[in-house]
Write a protein that binds this ligand. Structure first.
Ligand SMILES: Nc1ncnc2c1ncn2[C@@H]1O[C@H](COP(=O)(O)OP(=O)(O)OP(=O)(O)O)[C@@H](O)[C@H]1O
Length: 663
């Protein structure tokens, strides 16, 4: 039964330096199942070239190699992959076992590439290893066995998918006489089982054991002698398992085994990359920690359910003054507006009834309070017992003043005021409950009125500007008595739930209003901090570029080191995609380890930093959130995989013949 037919096969090499070389010059022959064919000839006569073309490793040949009725040169990529997996088994002179895989995995490799389930492939590999007398050594690596044993492993590997043909390129070339006999007997048995065995040999002794000897000289068939007649009517194939393409999972498994083999080197690369990841995550967490500390401190003294609304007249005025180049009267008007808005006397900073009712209708707003706030430039003061304190800000009471703001006493009732702690201290230690005189300007007139001090107020733990809080109704009455009308220049919107406050604040800002001075300052500070964080993170990210280059270099070295292994994988039926996946998976593993290591180190550093910052300032200075840890991990994986793409691609494009010839 004919298995393979060669019809006038030629092969011309294009040489790198230009010119061509014809290694095969029209070889025709036909091979049957069960034949053991020795291919003999001088060195350089074209034996290996013929084996490579028959083995489907080099499709760029002339003439025809017919297998199952079709010329190999016309095979599609997938058909060639299947041909390697199903129809051909390779045995090489120097074994070409994969050093970091144990014997079981080496033998099972072709089945792994065919996506046969692990149990089945291990069972079959074990069976074959027992058949070649290595049943007790299955978990050894190739470095732990002798040359003869290695060739027996290679024979088992070639047989795993039960192919029709075995191509053996000088299988006994590296063995002593005794082992040559053992290996030769095995090869003879393979032929006897009905497979076609094509064996390149330099040894006449080995050739004498073959059923047929083909001599090649200078690329031509010199002689074709049948030494023993064999007859197989049908070729035996094992169709018990279905050959498929390798899954991503199996590629990943091979990558894990590769990574384990070079653990030290890969661990160092991961460690190097993790420093970059750690710096980025640490910078982000530090930025977050400091920003939240600032925000929390600022916000802890305001009612979280209250939104303070101001008219942004200062913005309008600064625009105006910017436009007022050269026009002194407009400039003067702009300055006036800034002043009036600051002092709370300008008409454009007060709210109209329409504006207030519009604010009241906003979603989530439960309560609306009118307020008044004015900054006095040396005209407001509080006097008690001949002691006088200058007041910078006069403000009306609102829900935004919380219990935590009142350090002593209570919220002011009718004709009562709150004094900031600084002013209270200036006037006397026991000022709460005493009646003081408040002097202020109303309607361009200096007026004085007595108020009882209900309590003291503190805006934050360490800052306090000279402020007096009075009730809106008291101030309204005072203005009326002096022929003026108090108009609200602050509106306080209260929500039922503090979660809704943020929504109200956003809405109010969209309407063109601004929040409290404190809020504006917090926002400014947060913006500044986030710029600093971004800059520091960007600086830290530079080290990620270094990691990417490091990974690229290491994977490139790995491709060079494993060129032969890649050749073997291709001979066993690995697709380009499979090789690429193995290398990309390795890059993923480096990225994943670097990310995990970076996150873990950041976590430990955050614990240490927070321990010290807690004991010194009672704050957590590093806020490592799951989000940042995930960002670090993703960044690490993406960078590694991007860096791994180039080496993975070049590995996948390696020519199997060149790879296998590599010394
Ligand atoms: N890539 C190549 N480019 C150019 N010439 C090549 C290339 N590969 C092989 N050759 C040439 O083709 C001829 C056949 O080479 P091949 O390796 O097939 O010989 P061989 O019979 O297997 O030799 P040996 O027994 O020493 O392995 C040689 O002259 C070799 O120099």
């Amino acid at each position: 039964m004919t298995v393979l037919e060669l019809r006038n096969v030629t092969k011309t090499y294009k040489m790198a330096g230009g010119g061509t070389f014809q290694a095969l010059r029209g070889i025709s022959a036909s091979f049957n199942a069960g034949e053991l064919v020795a291919i003999v000839g001088e060195s350089g006569s074209g034996k290996s070239t013929l084996m490579n073309t028959i083995g489907g490793l080099d499709s760029d040949f002339g003439g025809e190699i017919i297998y199952e009725g079709k010329n190999l040169a016309k095979y599609s990529t997938q058909e060639l992959v299947d041909y390697h997996k199903k129809s051909i088994g390779f045995i090489f002179q120097n074994f070409n076992l994969i050093p970091h895989l144990n014997l079981l995995d080496n033998v099972a490799l072709a089945m792994t590439l065919s996506n046969i389930d692990q149990k089945e492939r291990e069972k079959r590999a074990k069976q074959l290893l027992e058949q070649v007398g290595l049943g007790e050594h299955i978990y050894k690596t190739p470095d732990e066995i002798s040359g003869g044993q290695k060739q027996r492993v290679a024979i088992a590997r070639a047989l795993i998918n039960d192919p029709d043909m075995i191509i053996a390129d000088e299988p006994t070339g590296a063995l002593d006489a005794e082992t040559t006999t053992i290996v030769l007997d095995m090869i003879k048995d393979i032929a006897k089982s009905g497979k076609l065995v094509l064996m390149v040999t330099h040894s006449e002794r080995v050739a004498s054991h073959c059923s047929r000897v083909i001599r090649i000289d200078n690329g031509k068939l010199l002689d074709d002698v049948e030494q023993e007649q064999v007859q197989f009517l049908s070729k035996k194939t094992n169709d018990n398992f279905q050959i498929k393409n390798m899954s991503v999972l199996n590629a990943f498994r091979l990558a894990v085994l590769n990574m384990k083999a070079k653990f030290g080197r890969n661990a160092l690369v991961a460690l190097g990359s993790s420093i970059g990841i750690m710096s980025v995550v640490l910078m982000l967490s530090l930025g977050k920690g400091v920003t939240s500390y600032v925000k929390n401190t600022m916000n802890s003294y305001t009612n979280p359910k209250v939104t303070e609304v101001h008219k942004s007249s200062t913005t309008k005025n600064s625009n105006m003054s910017a436009k007022a180049t050269g026009d002194s009267s407009t400039q003067a008007q702009a300055n006036q507006n800034v002043l009036s808005s600051l002092t709370g006397t300008g008409s454009d900073s007060t709210f109209t009834k329409k504006e207030i009712s519009k604010l009241a209708k906003l979603k989530y707003v439960d309560k609306v309070q009118k307020g008044f706030s004015t900054i006095s430039l040396g005209t407001t003061s509080v006097t008690y017992n001949k002691k006088s304190a200058s007041i910078i800000q006069l403000q009306t009471m609102s829900s935004s003043v919380t219990k935590s703001n009142i350090t002593r006493g209570h919220r002011p009732g009718k004709n009562e005021i709150l004094l900031d702690t600084g002013t209270a201290d200036t006037l006397g230690k026991n000022i709460v409950g005493k009646t003081v005189t408040l002097t202020m300007t109303v309607n361009s007139k200096q007026i004085s009125k007595s108020f009882k001090v209900a309590g003291t107020y503190s805006q934050s733990s360490n800052s306090s500007s000279a402020t007096v809080f009075a009730r809106y109704t008291d101030l309204q009455k005072l203005y009326k008595e002096n022929g003026a009308t108090l108009k609200a220049n602050v509106i306080y919107l209260t929500t039922k739930d503090k979660e809704q406050t943020a929504k109200v604040k956003t809405k109010v800002k969209k309407m063109g209003y601004t929040g409290s001075i404190q809020e504006t300052m917090t926002d400014m500070f947060s913006d500044m901090l986030s710029i600093i964080t971004d800059v520091l993170t960007a600086i830290a990210a530079v080290s990620l570029v270094v990691s990417a280059i490091m990974i690229l270099v290491v994977l490139n070295i790995s491709v060079v080191e494993r060129t032969k292994e890649i050749g073997v994988l291709k001979a066993l039926g690995a697709r380009r995609k499979d090789i690429r996946r193995i290398f990309v998976s390795e890059a993923f593993l480096i990225g994943f380890s670097a990310g995990a290591l970076g996150d873990a180190v950041t976590y430990i550093l955050s614990l240490i930093a927070n321990h010290f910052s807690q004991s010194l300032f009672s704050i957590n200075v590093v806020a490592l959130t799951p989000k940042y840890a995930i960002i670090g991990m993703l960044l690490s994986i993406i960078i590694s995989m991007l860096a791994g793409l180039m080496p993975a691609n070049s590995a996948s494009k390696l020519d199997p013949v060149d790879s296998l010839r590599k010394e």
